[in-house]
Design a binder for this molecule. Structure first.
Ligand code: C2O
Ligand code: CU
Ligand code: CU
Length: 422
């Protein structure tokens, strides 16, 4: 149903058979039978209401990653939908255009639930973005990337004990291994999201050609970044324009992942340039300016570590305790967060994510971040031995939210803390 100023979706979380490998069926966990979940499209200022019914035999909580939503609609890990129950989530969409995504967040279950399929894209647009003239319609495509451990018969295997991570193996794009995409010889805009639990993608065109990164997690960058490599770690998004007009019709253009960990497939996607096309899209030299967050009043430190003795993943020496509040930011007051990854003996990267607000990366080990990281971020990678400083201002809602490592195997092992915004 589409009422003026408001859209209502009914989604049922249920098991469904899908073909990941052609001709071979496997049962996955879906939103409405779709793997990955259906893409939800929203406009700034129009409320989206999603009624979720849980027909799985496990609890689930649906979180809109990157969304500015009230605490009771945020999908807090303890605020779950029991099997058989339904729940209505309200998304006010008062933030900028951005590629958000929705996924399960039930405590301890999120890694398996997301791996088995509970993830989908949520594209929020606004007039400011629409005015820019970027490629749109059939020339704007989502690319949800993730890893999958597939048995020969096509079964999706979840093995939490796999030392390389349960999602190592085949790279899936929108649920399919190395698809090829017929494209016209013109510009395309790709909304890339890494929805894998632990894998990194550093994407390059095999012929070395340039791509134009125009946005990150929280929306468009202030200006386009021309680059040969686009990185997305767990939960990060990249908004990327590729211009196929440089290729003659008949060309095959490969997009590769160059960040390979144990046995992953290199080919992500093959573009087949099949026809000429008119192109009246543009990539303006100025996109969307960054707002000034103002001077920070408080500094907090977050130490990320893996405790070899206990096998636990810790933030500031502790695992998640739903009865404990770890930080109490004041509404509208900017803060500096200093996030350190001390895991150098066993080098484990962590991805730090906070709910509710996008932040700015100030520096990595004292050095300004690369241009593609100078936008609105909600997830960042902290490499072993690194300290990253961010500035964040919670300015929409008060209440309780979580922050956590977005390597989902880590958050499922309670690498998470709580904010109480006051
Ligand atoms: Cu993608 Cu707590 O979130
Ligand atoms: Cu989130
Ligand atoms: Cu981690």
């Amino acid at each position: 149903a589409r009422l003026p100023g408001c859209a209502i979706y009914h989604l049922t979380m249920r098991e469904a058979p899908v073909e990941i490998l052609p001709g071979r069926h496997t049962t996955v966990r879906t939103f409405d039978g779709s793997f990955p979940g259906p893409t939800i499209r929203a406009r700034r200022g129009e409320t989206v209401i999603v009624r979720q019914t849980n027909k799985l035999d496990v609890p689930a909580a649906v979180h809109l990653h990157g969304g500015h939503v009230e605490p009771q609609h945020d999908g807090h890990p303890m605020d779950v939908i029991a099997p058989g129950d339904s729940r209505t989530y309200v998304y006010p969409n008062r933030q900028r255009a951005a590629a958000l995504w929705y996924h399960d967040h039930a405590h301890h279950l999120e890694a398996e639930n997301v791996y088995r399929g509970l993830a989908g894209l949520y594209l929020l647009t606004d007039p400011e973005e629409e005015r820019l003239g970027l490629p749109r319609g059939e020339y704007e495509l989502p690319l949800l990337l993730r890893g999958a451990n597939l048995a020969e018969d096509g079964t999706l295997i979840y093995d939490a004990t796999d030392v390389q991570g349960p999602d190592h193996g085949t790279t899936l794009v929108n649920g399919r291994p190395t698809p090829y995409l017929p494209v016209a010889a013109r510009r395309y805009r790709f909304r890339i999201a890494n929805v894998s639990s632990g894998h990194a993608y550093v994407l390059k065109l095999r012929d070395g050609s340039e791509m134009i990164q125009i946005g990150t997690d929280g929306g468009l960058l202030p200006e386009p970044v021309r680059t040969g490599a686009v990185s997305v770690w767990s939960a990060e998004r990249a908004d990327v324009v590729i211009d196929f007009s440089r290729y003659p019709v008949g060309s095959r253009v490969y997009l590769d992942n160059t960040a390979l960990f144990g046995g992953e497939t290199r080919d992500v996607l093959r573009f087949d340039v099949v026809r000429e096309a008119r192109d009246d899209s543009r990539v303006p030299e100025r996109l969307v300016p960054l707002e000034d967050l103002g001077p920070a009043a408080t500094t907090r430190t977050f130490a990320l570590s893996f405790d070899l003795a206990t096998g636990r993943y810790l933030i500031n020496g502790a695992v998640f305790d739903p009865d404990r509040v770890d930080a109490r930011p004041r509404l509208g007051v900017p803060e500096i967060w200093e996030i350190t990854n001390s895991d150098t003996r066993i080098p484990i990267p962590h991805t730090f994510h906070t709910h509710l607000e996008q932040f700015r990366i100030l520096d990595r080990n004292g050095v300004a971040p690369p241009a593609a990281e100078r936008g609105r971020k909600d997830t960042l990678t902290v490499h072993p031995g690194e300290t990253v400083r961010i500035k964040v201002r919670f300015s929409t809602y008060t209440g309780r939210y979580v922050f956590h490592c977005h390597m989902l195997e880590h958050s499922a092992h309670a690498m998470m803390g709580q904010l109480q915004i006051e």
